[in-house]
Design a protein around this ligand. Structure first.
Ligand SMILES: *Cc1c(COP(=O)(O)O)cnc(C)c1O
Length: 337
């Protein structure tokens, strides 16, 4: 059976590097959304909690419920307000309408729109937000923003960071006047952490860096955590000139042993269509078009390592490593080793 093996030492190393850079594990919101970027939410969070991490970010309350026992504070980013929220968690307020739709008295972080225009309130809406916050009896934990271009080498990131500094100044002042205190702020994701020296926010939010993929800062020495393995379903010798798979895409240039392995695009792998060369992490070339539940490759024994660095697949398919990893089906068994 195919499986995902997570490298415990690499994960602990990455987390330690991040904590050291930002000034402590307690300053880190671990982003565990979407099954921890395909790595396995519960598994990774258990590991991180043992290492002293106390905060997490999820996409939904359903995800948050899976790890509720592990962290002191969980922020739910993309909840659609329904009035029946779980009070154990903090909810992102993504626009002003949330105040009327969320259960009264909940813990909230207000998202600040500082240039991305995806979610959040504008600085000009602060007064109204604080009024609604008070009216609904919400417990205001603080404010956060998200950078639109922290992973691009341009001045955009610095300009937006300046917007947030200004937003913070206003928010602190207005919130204090409205009687809200002890507010926390956060803005940096992985790429922003990598390109910053000091952190004036109380917290940071770390997604991809924990899994070992740096955007810039090679000095952090991050190491990929996930390895994906497939098992042999069957094997045969292709005679010179025989063709394998759908559309007969690959033709054997000489007699060769091939293997059919038990992973396909139903497992969340991008569908290799036999164009260009795509080698498995263990070295064998994929042959012909990938099937739904299997692929063919040069024979590599009973088990092959399909992927140990998502950047190779991202390059082949013209996407980012995030997309390669997050699509790995949650049905694939995962374990730390
Ligand atoms: C996904 C996400 C993050 C984490 O981003 P990385 O680049 O993976 O570190 C942080 N904040 C928000 C709001 C996000 O949606």
């Amino acid at each position: 059976m195919s499986e995902i093996i997570l490298d415990r030492a690499a994960y602990a190393h990455n987390l330690a590097q991040i904590a050291a850079k930002v000034g402590g594990a307690e300053r880190v919101f671990l982003v565990a959304k979407d099954n921890s970027y395909g790595h396995g939410c519960r598994l990774c969070c258990e590991e991180a909690a043992k290492l002293g991490f106390v905060r997490a970010v999820t996409r939904s309350a359903t995800e948050a419920a899976q790890i509720a026992d592990l962290f002191d504070e969980i922020l739910v980013l993309s909840h659609i307000p329904g009035g029946d929220e779980d009070e154990r968690f903090c909810y992102a307020v993504n626009d002003l309408s949330y105040f009327a739709r969320l259960k009264r008295g909940l813990k909230i972080y207000i998202a600040a729109d500082t240039a991305m225009h995806r979610n959040g309130i504008a600085a000009s809406e602060l007064d109204e937000a604080l009024r609604l916050c008070k009216q609904g009896g919400f417990k205001l934990c603080g404010f956060f923003t998200h950078f639109r271009a922290s992973d691009e080498l341009s001045g955009d990131f610095f300009a937006q960071r300046q917007n947030f500094i200004e937003f913070k100044r206003l928010a602190r002042q207005k919130a204090a006047a409205a009687g809200f205190g002890n507010l926390k702020f956060h803005s940096s994701n992985s790429a922003a952490i990598e390109r910053s020296a000091g952190f004036e926010d109380e917290y940071v939010r770390v997604g991809m860096a924990q899994f070992g993929y740096p955007q810039f800062d090679e000095s952090l020495n991050l190491r990929p955590v996930l390895k994906l393995y497939a098992d042999l379903i069957s094997s045969r010798v292709l005679k010179k000139g025989e063709r394998v798979g759908y559309g007969a895409k690959f033709e054997a240039p000489h007699d060769m042993r091939i293997g059919t392995y038990d992973l396909g695009y139903a497992d969340g792998l991008f569908r290799y269509d036999g164009e260009g060369e795509l080698a498995l992490a263990s070295g064998q070339k994929m042959l012909g078009k990938m099937s739904m539940d299997s692929f063919c490759a040069e024979f590599g024994g009973e088990q092959v390592c399909v992927l140990d660095d998502a950047r190779a697949w991202a390059k082949h398919f013209g996407t980012i490593e995030y997309e390669i990893l997050v699509k790995l089906n949650s049905n694939i068994p995962r374990r730390f080793q």
